[in-house]
Design a binder for this molecule. Structure first.
Ligand code: FES
Length: 315
C-alpha cells in the first residue's frame, strides 16, 4: 500500500477527469514501466485499476484518467464525486500486465477512448528510447478524447494519428495502418471490446501473429450471452454451491460462507483466480491470455461461469 494525495485534478474531456497522485508524505514514488496500472482502494469497499499515463521517467507523481462509466457500480462515480484535490487514499504499487516489448523494431499503438491511458505512457517511453512508433488514437468525437492538447504539444506529436467517429475524413484505414506485419513489428491495443476486436481481427486477417499483438481491455466486457445456472463443488470439503443465473460464482461462494479474495470484480486483475480441477470454465475475464484460458486450469469466479453443469474447484 502507498498513501497518496490528489495533487491536482482537471477535466480533460467530456466525462473524463485526470488526477495527479503524489506521495502523501512527499518524495519519490516507486518506479513504473509503460503499460502499468495501480489499484485504487476507494474507501467505499471498492478497488479499481487505472493505468498510469504519464512518462515512466516521472518519479514524483502518478497520472491517471478516469471515465465516468454510465453503468458505474460505485468505482468511477466515486472517483469523480469524491477524489478532489487534497484527498488522500491508498493505492497499490504499480503492476504491469501490458508491458512494452522493447526489443521490437517498430511499434504500432492503438488506443480507443480512455484506453489511451497506458498507450500514452508507452509513447513517452518509446520516444525516450528513440524507437519508431505510430500512435493511432480513436474516439467518438474531439470532445470525448482526453489529452489532445498534451498530444499536440508532445515531442512525438508527428507520430500521432487521430480518428473521430463524427469526422468521416479522419477514418482509420486499417489496410494502411496494418500493412507489412514483418516479424520485428509489434502492435498494442487498448480500448473497449468492439474497438479491440476491430483492430485485433483486422490485424490477424492481414497476417499479424498473436505473438506480435498485445492488448488490454480497460474494463471487462459485459457478460456474454445468457447466464445459465451451474454448481461448484469445493474439492477440500465436498460442499456443493449452486450458482444461480443472477449471481456470480463469487457471490454464491460468499453466500455459502466460502471466502474468495476479490479486488476488481470485473475479471481484470486476476486476484480471484482459482484452480479448476474438473469441468469447463466459461471464461469472461480479460486477465488470462487466450492460451491460459484454453487450458481451462483456472477461472475467475468474480465474472466467469461454467460451460457445463458443474466445476470442481481447488478451494
Ligand atoms: Fe479481479 Fe476477479 S477480482 S479478476
Amino acid at each position: 500500500m502507498i498513501k497518496v494525495r490528489v495533487a491536482s485534478r482537471a477535466r480533460v474531456a467530456e466525462d473524463i477527469v485526470r488526477l495527479d497522485l503524489v506521495h502523501a508524505e512527499g518524495g519519490e514514488l516507486p518506479s513504473f514501466s509503460a503499460g502499468a496500472h495501480v489499484d485504487l482502494f476507494l474507501g467505499n469497499g471498492l478497488t479499481r485499476q487505472y493505468s498510469l499515463c504519464n512518462d515512466p521517467a516521472d518519479r514524483d507523481r502518478y497520472r491517471i484518467a478516469v471515465l465516468r462509466e454510465p453503468s458505474s457500480r460505485g468505482g468511477s462515480a466515486h472517483v469523480h464525486d469524491t477524489l478532489t484535490e487534497g484527498a488522500v487514499l491508498d493505492i497499490s504499487p504499480p503492476r504491469n500486465l501490458f508491458a512494452l516489448d522493447e526489443t521490437g523494431g517498430e511499434h504500432l499503438l492503438f488506443a480507443g477512448g480512455v484506453g489511451v491511458t497506458p498507450i500514452l505512457a508507452m509513447a513517452h517511453r518509446l520516444h525516450a528510447l528513440g524507437a519508431r512508433f505510430t500512435l493511432h488514437y480513436c474516439a467518438r468525437s474531439r470532445s470525448r478524447a482526453a489529452f489532445l492538447d498534451e498530444l499536440a504539444a508532445a515531442p512525438f506529436a508527428a507520430a500521432v494519428r487521430l480518428t473521430f467517429d463524427d469526422e468521416p475524413d479522419t477514418r482509420l484505414d486499417l489496410d494502411t495502418a496494418l500493412a507489412s506485419p514483418t516479424p520485428n513489428r509489434r502492435l498494442y491495443v487498448c480500448g473497449p471490446g468492439g474497438f479491440m476486436r476491430f483492430v485485433t481481427e483486422g490485424a490477424a486477417a492481414r497476417g499479424w501473429t498473436p505473438e506480435q499483438i498485445r492488448k488490454e481491455h480497460f474494463a471487462a466486457e459485459a457478460s456474454v450471452g445468457e447466464n445459465q445456472p451451474f454448481e461448484l463443488l469445493i474439492a477440500s470439503s465436498g460442499q456443493v454451491v449452486p450458482v444461480p443465473a443472477d449471481q456470480t460464482a463469487a457471490q454464491a461462494l460468499e453466500a455459502a460462507g466460502v471466502f474468495v479474495l476479490l479486488s476488481c470484480e470485473q475479471g481484470v486483475c486476476g486476484t480471484c483466480l482459482t484452480r479448476v480441477i474438473e469441468g469447463q470454465p466459461d471464461h469472461r475475464d480479460t486477465f488470462q491470455t487466450d492460451a491460459e484460458k484454453a487450458t481451462g486450469e483456472q477461472f475467475t469466479p468474480c465474472c466467469s461461469r461454467a460451460l457445463g453443469p458443474r466445476l470442481v474447484i481447488d478451494l
